[in-house]
Design a protein around this ligand. Structure first.
Ligand code: UDP
Length: 322
């Protein structure tokens, strides 16, 4: 197949590129390197089936040519990471909404299937119905809190993809990843696992926000890719919204101590009050608990995540050391 991956130099996109190259596919990526680095994909550049364009999904002419080249599009390009989104609120709106509009418009001209990376942020706050099912209500705070603006951009993306499916029969699959972790993920834009690993390895304090009782379910990249690729090739997934996650759950406090132990670090686990963190000026609000209901993806494509948190951390730490 000929695959287009927007955001292909990012954490998930670069691993996805490798997997499709290994299958013998031709891979085209486009990335503006806003939150990714070229070193994520440099090792693939010698492969004649790998084509890397450093450009923006907002560049319609470049995107038109790429869409024409391919059979299947993974639209992963987006402004991601709390720190990035807080610092670039306008860019976040433009990239996430206009970028997806462009991808869907062009894909529709040629009727190319689109797998849209949405987010588990869609659900918003714990609303008494965790684990979140695909049809759970969304509970968001005010528009002044930047976290909810990110969630809203992705909701608009989902609505667009659904409308293209319903009105134009463009095959779209909407995927909502839950805390995907793995090698190449950077902590620079907020993601907690690479932040803690780096802090532990450098002997710096491991910065647990508040009491660390926030809970997340961790999805190792290999499992996430199994799910994503199975959905991309399943005819039954067209027009569907699907959670992609795991039930390997922990609190942030336990995560910190686990990483400290696995790295044999001397770092102190430091509990930082919210008013000294990114939540300090009211632009950000933390989320107490997030967990996915996975029945739908299991039924659709037989998805069965295998890499638990301990194993995932061992692999991430090994990679970090290398
Ligand atoms: N977190 C933390 N210390 C950090 C970064 C994050 O305690 O240095 C916490 C954060 O408050 C949240 C959780 O880790 O409760 C996960 O944060 P992340 O930004 O990775 O993703 P989220 O699941 O909130 O989108």
């Amino acid at each position: 197949m000929r695959i287009l991956i927007t955001g292909g130099a990012g954490f998930i996109g670069s691993h996805l590129s490798e997997r499709h190259l290994a299958l013998g596919d031709e891979v085209f990526i486009i990335d503006n390197l806003s939150t990714s680095v070229i070193t994520n994909v440099q090792h693939m550049e010698g492969n004649s089936r790998f084509h890397c364009k450093i450009d923006d999904v907002l560049n319609v002419e470049v995107m038109r040519r790429l869409v024409e080249e391919c059979d299947l599009i993974y639209h992963l390009a987006a402004a991601v990471g709390v720190e990035y989104i807080l610092q670039n609120p306008l860019q976040t709106l433009m990239t996430n909404i206009r970028g997806t509009e462009i991808v869907l418009e062009l894909a529709n001209e040629k009727k190319k299937k689109v797998v849209l990376a949405s987010t588990s942020e869609i659900y918003g706050k714990k609303n008494g119905h965790v684990p979140f099912r695909e049809d759970s209500d969304r509970i968001l705070g005010p528009t002044t809190v930047v976290r909810w603006s990110y969630s809203t951009t992705k909701a608009v993306d989902e609505l667009l993809a659904l409308a293209y499916w319903r009105e134009k029969r463009l095959p779209t699959v909407i995927v909502r990843p839950f805390n995907v972790i793995g090698p190449r993920q950077t902590g620079q834009y907020g993601m907690v696992v690479p932040r803690f690993v780096k802090q532990a390895m450098l002997g710096d304090p491991i910065t647990v926000y508040d009491d660390g009782e926030q809970r997340r379910c961790w999805t190792y990249i290999d499992d996430a890719l199994d799910g994503l690729m199975a959905l991309a090739t399943s005819d039954r997934a067209a027009g569907e919204i699907v959670n992609l996650g795991s039930n390997f759950e922990s609190s942030i406090k336990d995560l910190a101590f686990k990483i400290k132990e696995l790295t044999r670090s001397e770092s102190e686990v430091a509990f930082i009050p919210y008013d000294e963190t990114r939540t300090r000026n009211g632009l950000y609000e933390d989320l107490v608990y997030r967990a996915p209901e996975l029945e739908k993806i299991r039924t659709l494509v037989g998805y069965d995540p295998k890499v638990n948190l301990d194993e995932a951390l061992v692999r991430i730490i090994d990679d970090y050391k290398r």
